[in-house]
Design a protein around this ligand. Sequence first.
Ligand code: LMR
Length: 396
Amino acid sequence: MFEQLTTLSPDPLLGLIKRFAQDPRPEKIDLGVGVYRDDSGQTPVLAAVKAAESQLLQSESSKSYVGPAGNLEFCSAMAELLFGRDLSAKLQARVASLQTPGGCGALRVLGETIVRANQKARLWASDPTWANHLPLLGSAGLQINNYRYYDFAGHGLDFDGMMSDLQQAQAGDVLLLHACCHNPSGADLNQQQWQQVIELCQQQNLVPLIDVAYLGFGDGLDEDAYGLRLAVERLPEVLIAVSCSKNFGLYRERVGAAFVISENAASAQACFSHMASITRAMYSMPPSHGASVVAAILDDETLAQQWLSELTQMRERIQSLRSQLRQSLADELGHDRFAFIEAEKGMFSFLGLDADQVQRLAEDFGIYMADSSRINLAGLNSGNLAHLVSSLKLML
Ligand code: LMR
């Protein structure tokens, strides 16, 4: 039967990893896949993670199944991180949550849950959005529409375009939002814009699906949770997909969680039963290790403080790279065309290059980025920033 299959080209982002690895030039720079790197270009295991892992090695007494919801301490620790202690306690009966293999697992489980609840629901995704949102949520059977979000010419949010496109959304449609550090643009909603978006959801009966992949990478843990907290305070139904890949540096451990906040306890219970039956049919149960590490960190005051300070270091390094890149480009080019880079949040920004320029940067200078010219700022460091700036100067 397999003669029926033709070979697909690799996923564009994951394909970049291979192209970069095959490039022999020592000055090459990887600004592709969204993985945090330190100034030496490494993606280290956080010290808080190492400490929690060595505790677990001593204390873990069984490798028996964790159950469909995964690690319950992890789920409630994630709820406190997302909603804060008071709101989390207030919401409790309305929340259905389960641990998932990464944020991708959460998105897929939530996509399937939406389809079970409302086969007519359409999903509205920002244009652009993270490339994998479309296959993850589309494969669940959701019809996907786009709303304007990023104005490439103006290098900023097209909020009027967004609000105007969303007028066409119908009651019961799902609105995909990025909690913070919008991937791929780095352009986030401000607090006032979040309020307007939540009001629009109230008026039109839309259900937000909030992807929380970079909590703590924007302005801070509480600051980055502003929009999602407002949504769960004001709206009867909210879906949330969380990833611990970036903020805990646990990429390969696949740690995430899916949350459904519904109107009441009965409906939360029904949602949970569907989420559990969806995961049972897909992968049965989540893996244990990464979620146990996160639970152990958040449950221990000292480890939690250590993690917070490591998260702060990662955030501040990215913010400082944003300022350095803007400044170096302004100095070299003699104009401030890239000022927007400093104002954007999280790991990504678009350089605003066309596909030809992106290809030339890879071929002529060994600088790799997504075709859209999205760069991962964390791929820059004190040894390679000047190479990017001088290469851009030659090209622009
Ligand atoms: C990215 O956007 O580069 C990351 O989220 C990694 C991925 O899986 O695409």
